[in-house]
Design a protein around this ligand. Structure first.
Ligand code: AMP
Ligand code: MG
Length: 405
């Protein structure tokens, strides 16, 4: 059986970034720039007042008579004569003849004359043309992550859309005769399909686009047909039917379609029955059926691949050092990815295992937000420092640090 790292290496060597697409600015949030964004103009485009105050030529500063007012949004083309000041609001252009602004608070006003309460320096309180961005500057390079601040910058360059690495379209197929769709009432022998939704949500969370393919019954033909349908997307994820059960047909169906299976089974718990294949040129991830195993395998294998396809260079979740608040034991021969609830307390991460670690027990993930990799036959004791993979971007909002009942 190969290791998690070996499996990741096999996957990432087979995966390449997709092309680009133009997205409206707000849809581009969280995506990676596919173009070098160059500023068409200086920002600010002219010298502006940085304060609500008065502007004048500093050399002439004595008592000044106020001859005009300029609000943000308007401007004055006429030169301001020596000995005069213009009342000016924040963001309004400095008129010709002026080179200094003094804030309202630093001025004594008597009728239409002002005197300065303190000394001024020439150039005070002016936002210089181009001090933020100069025309022709490379403001956002290819490969940059578009965060809210980049979206704001793009809009100040006059842009309404931007080229980004395009979203990976990803087929999501669940397999199993026992599965009912949400909205149904569970019946004896039947359970509700949760994998399609947890996986689709993981895809959305990573910035990809799920294509919901529903459920394939445990039948080789149907499984093959649904997988073939899923190959229209950029990549395909299946869950279940990839172990050694009598009715596990996913591997056979992949082979029927001419697929090349690059690996099957990884030394990890949960998540051992997982396969990666290239079928008709498309990457296919056959994830385990158990809900926790499917999500954990997605985290280790699918997410880094998706991020690479979408132009990211940071492919893995952050790993921090945390202190275990309880002892944990791995009696088995495979590394165990223990679900933990991570909390930040007095600047230190604390990691608390989330109880029964069955791969079918989704509450081990709903009550957690991190994974601790426990080597085979290992014990980590209370108070020990371990590496914790932080699983979600809601961490700072406190998700997963509550107790499950
Ligand atoms: P399998 O690998 O197909 O034998 O599935 C392993 C376990 O995961 C079984 O208990 C299945 O009922 C369960 N399972 C499989 N697919 C899903 C799904 N889509 N949603 C929830 N549980 C599932
Ligand atoms: Mg099954």
């Amino acid at each position: 059986m190969i290791t998690i790292a070996e499996a990741q290496h096999i996957i990432l060597s087979a995966i390449h970034p997709l092309g680009g697409e133009e997205l409206p600015l707000l849809s581009a949030l969280g995506h990676i720039a596919y173009e070098d964004v160059i500023s068409p103009w200086d920002i600010p485009t002219v010298d502006l007042s940085a304060m609500d105050g008065y502007t004048f030529a500093a050399l002439a500063a004595g008592p000044l008579s106020v001859c005009d007012v300029i609000h943000a949004g308007s401007s004055r083309g006429e030169t301001v004569p020596a000995g005069c000041a213009v009342k000016i609001m924040t963001g309004a252009p400095i008129p010709p003849g002026c080179d200094t602004v003094v804030p309202v608070e630093d001025v004594h006003v008597a009728g239409d004359r002002i005197t300065l309460r303190s000394e001024v320096r020439q150039g005070d309180h002016i936002r210089r043309r181009g001090e933020d961005v100069t025309a022709g500057a490379h403001v956002i390079p290819v490969g940059a992550l578009l965060r809210p601040q980049e979206i704001g910058m793009l809009s100040s360059l006059g842009r309404t859309s931007v080229q980004v690495y395009r979203k990976t379209r990803c087929g999501v197929l669940s397999t199993g005769d026992e599965l009912l769709q949400p909205g149904s009432i569970p019946q004896p022998g039947k359970i509700i399909n949760s994998n399609s939704f947890s996986i689709a949500a993981q895809l959305l969370d990573a910035g990809a686009e799920p294509v919901m393919l529903g459920i394939a019954r445990d039948d080789r033909e149907e499984t093959r047909r649904k997988i073939a349908e899923g190959l229209q997307a950029d990549i395909l994820i299946t869950t279940g039917g990839v172990s050694v059960g009598d009715k596990d047909f996913v591997r056979e169906a992949l082979l029927d379609l001419g697929g090349e299976i690059r690996f099957w089974k990884v030394a990890m718990k949960p998540g051992k029955p997982v396969a990666f294949a290239i079928v008709q040129g498309k990457p296919v991830f056959a994830l385990p059926g158990n809900p926790v195993a499917a999500m954990v395998a997605f985290e280790q294998f699918v997410r880094p691949a998706l991020l690479k396809m979408m132009g990211h260079t940071r492919l893995f979740r952050p790993v921090v050092r945390g202190t275990l608040t309880e002892s944990v034991k791995n009696k088995g021969g495979r590394p165990h990815l223990v679900r933990v609830a991570v909390q930040l307390a007095d600047g230190r991460y604390l990691a608390t295992p989330t109880g029964n670690q069955s791969s079918a027990r989704l509450t081990s993930l709903t009550s957690g937000n991190g994974l601790v990799k426990l080597p085979p036959e290992a014990v980590c004791t209370f108070g020990e420092e371990v590496e914790v993979q932080l699983l979600d971007r809601y961490f700072e909002l406190g998700a997963g640090s509550h107790e499950a009942d």
